[in-house]
Design a protein around this ligand. Structure first.
Ligand SMILES: Cc1cc2nc3c(=O)[nH]c(=O)nc-3n(C[C@H](O)[C@H](O)[C@H](O)COP(=O)(O)OP(=O)(O)OC[C@H]3O[C@@H](n4cnc5c(N)ncnc54)[C@H](O)[C@@H]3O)c2cc1C
Length: 374
């Protein structure tokens, strides 16, 4: 009987397992893929996200410290830079593997097994895998957005509550990347049916991607090929990606002895698509509550803590996403056309400004008609 079983070793799972193991709990991670494994992702790790970790990341994982953003909308281009880091670019295979090793170092057991099903028996949880059955006091499901285990707790998500992202990793000499972008994120609004595209300067490659609402973006592949072509990249790239949940939609995130964390819980910023931060924050909360409260109370304690820590941020992000999709001209002309708006927005991932502060500053500057319609 383990104290905790964690399904999936993405950022949410490894962080949950480390937080529990550090409290001396008997913790087991079940991950279906051998690590290191590929994970499609832009790899933008905001400074808020990095601050959730209780250790520093080694230099070989931090590819670039990003201090600026270049934003395009229609024929407008605006670029702002800061004297401090906004976000760090990482490659997920290396980042996730490092987090998993940190969970192992803290004492968590790790097995490469696919979890097929589970039953909450009231006083313990039974977990069936490809290799047999395990038992635990509490189960954390952090198996991402694609896996169906989470549906047993929260039902199937509607298409309206999902986004979709595609990415290509395009090899390039660092000298050329430095010349083109250096420490700047290149963001293109108004592509992918009201979503956005990005070009991120990794080490030795560009991460090029698009993201939009699943309900509106019927042909993501085509939108991605257009974006590649428009930005001078060849269309013969390997494309990967999947759906992501739009955070702040109403979802059940815990029931009985089962907690959902990260993408499985639906914790993604609906405006920017940032999910690593919430995966780390929710994973840490999950791992901690298992040691702090009786098993019968973990669901309530966990949901409350997540709501308190980042519920409001996800609400604001959803609000911005709605504004962007319903009034792209007004909203994006402000973001990509007014220096002071972009200047303040990019301080959010650097933890220099909260979504709430940004909104308070922005609200009086928004046209009344837009506020009323929302
Ligand atoms: C194209 C794209 C670009 C993105 N870019 C960014 C970005 O730049 N910055 C950002 O912050 N976020 C980004 N995101 C979102 C981010 O990738 C996710 O929010 C984040 O990976 C969530 O972490 P997680 O731990 O919840 O799940 P995941 O990282 O998806 O990990 C889940 C793990 O569970 C395992 N698993 C699945 N099913 C089972 C099972 N049944 N049994 C055992 N193991 C299982 C999987 O193999 C996987 O290792 C992007 C997403 C996409 C699709």
């Amino acid at each position: 009987m383990h104290d905790l079983i964690v399904v999936g070793a993405g950022p949410a799972g490894s962080t949950a397992a480390r937080a529990a193991a550090l409290q001396g709990l008997d913790t087991l991670i079940l991950e279906k893929q051998p690590f290191p494994r590929y994970k499609p992702c832009g790899g933008a790790l905001s400074d808020i996200a990095a601050s959730i970790l209780d250790f520093s990341l080694p230099c070989e994982i931090c590819e670039r410290a990003i201090t600026g953003a270049r934003v395009h909308f229609r024929d407008q281009v605006l670029e702002r830079h800061k004297s401090f880091s906004l976000t760090t670019l990482i490659t997920r295979s290396r980042f996730d593997y490092f987090l998993l090793q940190k969970a192992g170092e803290a004492g968590a057991g790790i097995k490469t097994q696919k979890v097929l099903d589970f039953q909450d028996k009231g006083d313990y949880v039974s977990v069936q895998t490809s290799e047999g059955t395990h038992q635990c006091r509490v189960l954390v499901i952090s198996s991402g957005c694609q896996d169906k285990l989470k549906n047993r707790i929260q039902g199937t998500d509607k298409r309206e509550r999902m986004g979709v992202c595609l990415i290509a990793e395009i090899e390039e000499d660092d000298s050329k990347i430095d010349e083109h972008l250096a420490d700047t994120l290149d963001i293109h609004f108004g592509v992918a049916q009201g979503g956005y595209g990005w070009i991120f300067p990794h080490q030795g490659y560009y991460g090029v991607g698009i993201g939009g609402l699943a309900a509106g973006l019927h042909h993501p592949r085509q939108a991605m090929l257009q974006f590649l072509k428009k930005n001078g990249f060849s269309e013969g790239q390997r494309l990967s990606g999947h759906q992501i949940p739009l955070g702040a939609s109403r979802r059940t995130i815990a029931r009985g002895r089962v907690l959902l964390a990260g993408d499985a819980a639906g914790f993604v910023d609906a405006f920017s698509g940032e999910g690593i931060c919430y995966a780390l924050a929710s994973g840490k909360n999950a791992g901690r509550v298992v040691g702090e409260v009786p098993a019968a109370e973990v669901a309530q304690a966990y949901a409350k803590k997540c709501r308190k820590d980042f519920g409001e941020d996800l609400q604001y992000a959803l609000f911005f996403a709605k504004m962007m999709h319903r009034f792209p001209e007004i909203f994006l002309c402000m973001l990509a056309g007014q220096e002071e708006v972009l200047d303040r927005y990019i301080e959010i991932p650097a933890a220099r400004r909260s979504y709430r502060d940004f909104m308070r500053w922005l609200a009086p500057r928004l046209p009344l008609s837009l506020l009323r319609a929302l």
